[in-house]
Write a protein that binds this ligand. Structure first.
Ligand code: FMN
Length: 201
């Protein structure tokens, strides 16, 4: 980068910045990039939801998050693996949109590795009797009372593994938007053919 070109007008520097924000979000609980919106579905039924970013792997162009195999989005992803992710950092004034192809991991080496790193309290999500989205006659967490109170052992939490799923999102393209008082900047990075393009914001 030369002195005259600011970082936001240099494709390489922008990509570096995006990946550093994604990498940081995996570690930093308060990073705005930690909780992107994940959107999937088909032409007549698209839906978005917040997820927690659990891994960012630039060498393979993958980001991933955890879910419950019984979630509605799993069937949607089996029918259509194409999805989108949306991130926004207000302080950085950066929006990032990813187009991805999803790989559903269940009871394999990827889930084993991620499950071993999950915290005791996070395992609670996977211990609900019925899957996310199941209708109930009463307001409910879906958990038995002892589980609601975190009154379960590590061994008992292992029961959740059968529901634990890792969604790997293979990034096809990244779209970056930077808001600047002197004029916004927008760029698209096609990771499938390595083409970088400036766009009018
Ligand atoms: C802060 C926050 C973090 C969440 N993290 C996840 C997550 O990592 N994975 C997930 O499947 N759902 C997560 N959820 C719940 C989803 O937004 C959604 O309500 C749930 O997955 C059920 O909807 P779905 O089956 O259509 O995805 C999170 C919600 C919030 C508010």
């Amino acid at each position: 980068m030369t002195d005259t070109v600011p970082y936001y007008e240099d494709f390489m520097e922008i990509k570096k910045k995006i990946w550093s924000m994604l990498d940081n979000a995996v570690k930093d609980r308060i990073s705005p990039f930690r909780t992107p919106v994940f959107i999937c579905g088909d032409q007549s039924d698209l839906d978005g939801r917040i997820v927690v970013l659990r891994k960012s792997d630039q060498s393979n162009n993958i980001v991933q998050y955890h879910s419950d195999i019984r979630s509605d989005k799993i069937e949607k992803l089996k029918a259509n693996k194409n999805a989108a992710m949306l991130f926004y950092d207000k302080d950085e004034k950066i929006q990032v949109r990813l187009k991805v192809e999803c790989i559903i991991n269940h009871k394999n080496d990827i889930t084993k590795e991620s499950w071993s790193k999950t915290q005791h309290i996070s395992r609670k999500c996977y211990l609900v009797d019925n899957g996310p989205g199941t209708e109930s006659d009463i307001p409910t967490s879906g958990l038995k009372p002892e589980l609601d109170n975190f009154d379960y052992t590590k061994e008992q939490s292992e029961e959740g593994y059968k529901n634990f799923t890792v969604i790997q999102c293979k990034i096809k393209s990244i779209e970056w938007l930077y808001l600047a008082a002197k004029g916004h900047r927008r760029a698209k990075f096609n990771l499938e053919n390595n083409k970088d393009t400036w766009l009018v914001p």
